[in-house]
Design a binder for this molecule. Structure first.
Ligand code: SF4
Ligand code: SF4
Length: 215
């Protein structure tokens, strides 16, 4: 009887739809909370959200973020804060994609996209600098040529920096009125619900519609 039950299991699975996908021709839909590579976001007016505070680097358990802040040039500020992220690097070979840097960031400057297709032949190529991490003026992520796979314009649109897994509310599908700055160029991503008096909401109240801090 034992050997026939083994055959029965085989037969049952022979007529089931295979669960394997033929990557890269077929790509599975990514979960809402997918942790892909990071992006550095801008405000709708194009200003950089990073204020060079280095909190992301301090919290990173893999010690793979290097930030150096610099005072904003008085006549031509890069960010609305006193300082901006002058140097920003992430070594993605060391990153464990935990998302703690996203949680720590006071301005939602760093978020994780759903881009994951990159391969390197030299460990230096795994260091993504500000040049690659900072989204363009249109709000769309940049691609690191020669390292990241060719992606369609639609995929780039979809990969906009907002990662929803950051909300303290914990519900990845929760949709609510946008309480803080939307991404530039790629439309508004609805955030999750956040706890009352969450610092991100308080931060949003101090900004004018143009994205600059009101004095
Ligand atoms: S995702 Fe985690 S390991 Fe990767 S850079 Fe952020 S804090 Fe560090
Ligand atoms: S990404 Fe956020 S936490 Fe990191 S230095 Fe910039 S503002 Fe600070």
């Amino acid at each position: 009887m034992g050997k026939f039950s083994g055959f029965a299991v085989t037969l049952r699975h022979m007529f089931r739809k295979p669960v394997t996908t033929q990557y890269p021709k077929e790509v599975r839909e990514k979960p809402v909370r997918f942790h892909g590579r990071h992006v550095l976001n801008r405000y709708p007016d194009g200003m950089e959200k990073c204020i060079g505070c280095e909190l992301c680097a301090a919290v990173c358990p893999a010690k793979c973020i290097y930030v150096r802040g610099k005072d904003n040039p008085p006549g031509n500020p890069v960010s609305p804060g006193e300082r901006y992220g002058y140097v920003y690097e992430i070594n993605l070979l060391r990153c464990i994609f935990c998302g703690l840097c996203v949680e720590a960031c006071p301005t939602t400057a760093i978020t994780m996209s759903n881009m994951f297709e990159f391969s390197v032949t030299d460990r230096n190529q795994a260091i993504f600098t500000k040049e690659h991490l900072l989204v363009g003026e249109d709000g769309k992520p940049n691609r690191k040529l020669g390292v990241e796979a060719d992606v369609t314009a639609d995929a780039l649109e979809e990969a906009g920096g907002w990662m929803r897994a950051t909300a303290p509310g914990g519900n990845a599908n929760f949709k609510e009125e946008v309480l803080w700055s939307p991404e530039a160029g790629v439309g508004t991503r609805l955030p999750e619900g956040v706890a009352d008096n969450h610092p991100r909401d308080i931060g949003a109240d101090t900004r004018s519609p143009e994205g600059r801090v009101e004095q």
